[in-house]
Design a protein around this ligand. Structure first.
Ligand code: SF4
Length: 295
């Protein structure tokens, strides 16, 4: 659904401009099951080239590591994915579930990622896996991943542009910025003008569990429908681009010790945070305290 929302380029323009032939997509292709099976078999056997394999959804290992909770034509899906990945020029994990496991990591589904199990390298293909083009699985994290990240990645791969990856094998171009960057509530954050309920204008970090200053992601750089993001509509960032997503504690609460958030903005130490935020809150201008956004 995210990919179908792409506009610049949209999916059809992407396929045309990149010279991509879409072999199969679960929602767009109308291959009869028997022809789909033949296609998979030809690709797995190397009888037909597979330039880019894009996988969405986690890999279910299931009870007793049987893979039986997610099967296609009688075989665990993970076996198909493993075989196809061995043939692919590039392997792309679209979304946090495919990349790191995401929801369903716990028993009984025991979901994992293609090359990671949450924050640990490994996953289905193993930490040493490299596709035919010599790259690890390219992780396009997000729940969901923004469509421009998918189209931009496919364009970079097909045009030969460099695609540097970060420590979690995510393209650094999009995941090297904090979700916090570009949030319209930044000024409220600076002066610790904080909210404890939905529908308000202030910052959601201090009481409502916003992960914006804790995780990397383009959410306030690449907007949805060119205008929106979670924090812009008043929903705290869940940290869905992080391999550890979802956290085991509640989404809409900030864990704290005596009122100081347990997890501080990335790179900030507790002593400096205490000193800075105390002064900032005292200096907060009245227009922010009164939530006046137009002057
Ligand atoms: S709401 Fe979240 S992303 Fe926005 S300024 Fe506050 S902490 Fe940062």
């Amino acid at each position: 659904m995210s990919l179908l929302s792409a506009e610049t380029p949209n999916l059809v323009q992407l396929l045309d401009s990149a010279g991509l032939e879409l072999l199969w997509h679960p929602s767009l292709s109308n291959l009869a099951p028997v022809h789909r099976l033949r296609l998979f078999e030809r690709l797995a056997a190397g009888e037909e080239p597979l330039d880019i394999l894009v996988i969405e959804g986690s890999i279910l290992h299931g009870a007793d590591d049987s893979g039986s909770f997610d099967a296609y034509m009688g075989r665990p899906k993970r076996d198909w994915v493993r075989e196809l990945a061995e043939r692919a020029g590039y392997v792309v994990a679209a979304g946090t579930c495919a990349a790191y496991g995401g929801f369903g990591h716990q028993a009984p589904t025991r979901a994992g990622g293609l090359q990671w199990d949450r924050t640990e390298p490994g996953g289905l293909l193993g930490a040493a896996f490299r596709s035919a083009a010599g790259l690890p699985v390219i992780n396009l994290a997000g729940c969901p991943c923004h469509h421009d990240v998918i189209t931009g990645t496919l364009l970079a791969l097909t045009s030969g542009l460099p695609l540097p990856l970060d420590e979690f094998n995510r393209p650094a171009h999009w995941y090297g910025v904090m979700v916090h960057q570009g949030c319209t509530r930044n000024e409220y954050h600076e002066y610790r003008v904080e909210e404890s309920d939905f529908g308000q204008k202030g910052c959601l970090f201090f009481h409502m569990g916003c992960h914006g200053p804790l995780v990397g992601g383009p959410c306030n750089k690449l907007l949805w429908n060119q205008r929106s993001s979670k924090t812009r509509v008043g929903v705290p960032c869940f940290g869905c681009t992080h391999p550890g997503f979802p956290a085991s504690h509640p989404f809409f609460a900030t864990r704290n010790i005596e009122g100081i958030p347990l997890e501080l903005p990335m790179g900030v130490d507790r002593a400096h945070y205490l000193a800075y935020k105390g002064m900032a809150a005292a200096a907060a201008p009245a227009r922010l305290k009164d939530r006046i956004t137009e002057i």
